[in-house]
Design a protein. Structure first.
Lengths: 192, 100
């Protein structure tokens, strides 16, 4: 009973935060509403006996990813736009509702029986959730783990190359050539 | 005990809200934020089934989704910065020329 009440609180706050994040006109408010969503999702993970995942959720999502978003938002300081949604936003809302009803319709067509695996709550409690995760991560999932580190390395290189200073591009002869090419194209367009 | 269907329904709701956000917002950064909501709904569903089947595989999947989400955010925001340098706009309606 207590668990269900807690779930209703966490789930309600999650959905409410998500709706505010999607609908708020101010981008910083959106990011902060998303913070509320992430923290309450961590609460839901705790209800599901996944304490370590909850901690990682707060550290990585609320701590790293959202701070990155806030940095970029404040770097750009985007002006408040009157039309922050598409003109045809009703179509988008309708399509989202269609997706929701399709999933609710399709998701509960079959009854799923519990397989009863080996990681029971008692075992996890005895072993500790972090140790249980670590045991699985460094034995059965060692290859995906290495691949994940490779993905992070590639993402780091990509981010540095993409967002790094564009000074080199401006200094080189390429930029001037591009500009003159654009002017010539404009002239040709004006002549014709 | 909370039934499995509650968690799955919560995941569905988050996914639908995320899809709606990708469709209706005009700002590129907000579209990336909505993608985060979609990834979180997938995480909730994975952990729910992991808890239900008493297997730890679903929670390992959550780790790799987290890794992918971090990489996606870093690359996506880098692309947004590069885009802003070239076009000085973040409005998705004005970014309509594939050739800059």
């Amino acid at each position: 009973m207590t668990g269900q009440l807690l779930f209703l609180y966490f789930g309600g706050m999650t959905v409410a935060g998500a709706i505010v994040a999607v609908a708020a006109p101010n981008l910083v408010y959106s990011a902060l509403a998303l913070l509320v969503t992430f923290i309450h999702i961590a609460g839901i993970y705790i209800l599901m006996n996944a304490e370590f995942i909850a901690a990682v959720q707060i550290i990585v999502y609320a701590g790293a990813i959202l701070v990155l978003y806030l940095f970029v938002l404040m770097l750009f300081n985007p002006r408040q736009e009157k039309l922050y949604m598409h003109k045809q936003y009703k179509v988008g809302v309708f399509l989202g509702a269609v997706v929701l009803f399709l999933m609710l319709f399709a998701g509960f067509r079959t009854e799923i029986l519990s397989l009863g695996g080996s990681y029971t709550p008692d075992l996890v409690e005895e072993l500790g959730h972090t140790r249980a995760i670590g045991n699985a991560l460094f034995t059965d999932f060692i290859f995906p783990f290495e691949m994940a580190s490779l993905i992070l390395l590639v993402a780091m290189f990509g981010a540095i190359i993409l967002a790094g200073s564009g000074r080199r591009r401006r200094k080189g002869p390429g930029g001037r050539v591009d500009l003159s090419a654009r002017d010539e194209a404009k002239k040709a367009l004006a002549d014709s | 005990m909370i039934p499995l269907e509650w968690y799955i329904t919560l995941g569905f709701f988050l996914f639908a809200i995320g899809v709606t956000g990708v469709l209706i917002r005009r700002n590129v950064i907000m579209m990336l934020l909505s993608v985060e909501l979609i990834l979180n709904s997938a995480n909730i569903t994975f952990v729910a089934y992991s808890n239900y089947h008493q297997s730890i595989t679903g929670q390992m999947m959550v780790f790799f989704i987290l890794t992918m989400a971090a990489a996606e955010v870093a690359l996506g925001l880098a692309l947004v910065i590069a885009l802003y340098r070239v076009r000085t706009t973040l409005n998705i309606d004005e970014i309509n020329r594939l050739k800059w």
